[in-house]
Design a binder for this molecule. Structure first.
Ligand SMILES: Nc1ncnc2c1ncn2[C@@H]1O[C@H](COP(=O)(O)OP(=O)(O)OP(=O)(O)O)[C@@H](O)[C@H]1O
Length: 252
């Protein structure tokens, strides 16, 4: 089995007449954390959203190129988008729990998939909350509203909700930028554990975070991928001048 779980070839994206991505070639390895960095507006989130067809929800967005998940073209006409988004889950910057209990938040995707068996749901809640490093904090109040939790706890509920449907890949768009440093560190530590079982693609503004937890880093600039490399190499010895200027804080 190839180590690459997602391959993206010559991906271009237009919002109306504006070309936001100019032909991105980037692959993602299984059980790795890949960080995508770059200055605001360079196209990181746009590219991330291409990986589970989230851009389908934006009327003006048009994608070209080829993105494959385990060798299957995710933009093929036969792709089941609900199934795709189960396999490639997404966590956003703001946790946004749904206004119901912690338990119901975690099983949201399973309910939609028609699962009603209480034992199956109970097990999924416990397993996902353990993986999201939240079980011990919430096990006695699973039926309380998720809105009563702290920001960091809410983000871990959002992660548990994604984990409950057993994805292969988890896309994360600045998942810790709205959190305090302690909550952010807790989530970073959890991601390092999750990497054992999942492939993680992380958009981050924090170079510190990219260097601390990612295996590979991809640097975007103005809709182009400038360089992708093992994180250590990227930060110690980048190949491109633009990368060096960015990571040394000369712009962005
Ligand atoms: N829905 C949209 N409609 C039109 N243009 C958009 C849309 N979303 C993003 N863009 C534009 O596409 C470009 C890339 O934006 P994107 O949000 O992907 O960048 P980013 O690197 O994730 O930025 P940030 O770090 O600020 O989140 C920007 O010029 C942005 O203004």
């Amino acid at each position: 089995m190839s180590n690459e779980i997602i391959t993206a070839e010559n991906v271009k994206l237009h919002y109306g007449d504006f070309e936001a991505l100019h032909g991105i070639n980037l692959n993602f390895n299984r059980n790795e954390i890949t960080a995508m960095i770059g200055p605001s507006g360079c196209g990181k989130s746009t590219f991330l959203r291409c990986l589970n067809r989230m851009n389908d929800l934006i009327d003006s967005a048009r994608v070209e190129g080829t993105i494959k998940l385990n060798g299957s073209d995710i933009y093929a006409a036969k792709t089941d988008i609900v199934e795709l988004r189960k396999e490639v889950g997404m966590v956003f910057q703001q946790p946004i729990p749904f206004p119901f209990s912690i338990y119901d938040n975690v099983i949201y995707g399973l309910r939609i998939a028609g699962i009603r068996d209480r034992q199956v749901l109970d097990e999924a809640v416990e397993t996902s909350l353990r993986q999201a490093a939240l079980w011990d904090e919430v096990k006695d109040k699973l039926h309380d509203s998720a809105l009563g939790l702290s920001g960091g706890q809410q983000q871990r509920v959002a992660i548990a909700r994604v984990l409950a449907v057993k994805p292969k890949v988890i896309l994360m768009d600045e998942p810790t930028s709205a959190l305090d440093p302690i909550s952010a560190t807790q989530i970073e530590n959890m991601l390092l554990e999750l990497r054992e079982q999942y492939t993680i693609v992380l958009v981050t503004h924090s170079m510190h975070q990219a260097s601390r937890i990612s295996d590979r880093t991809a640097f975007f600039l103005q809709g182009n991928l400038i360089e992708a490399a093992p994180t250590k190499k990227m930060f110690l010895n980048p190949s491109k001048k633009e990368t060096e200027d960015y990571i040394s804080g000369r712009f962005g």
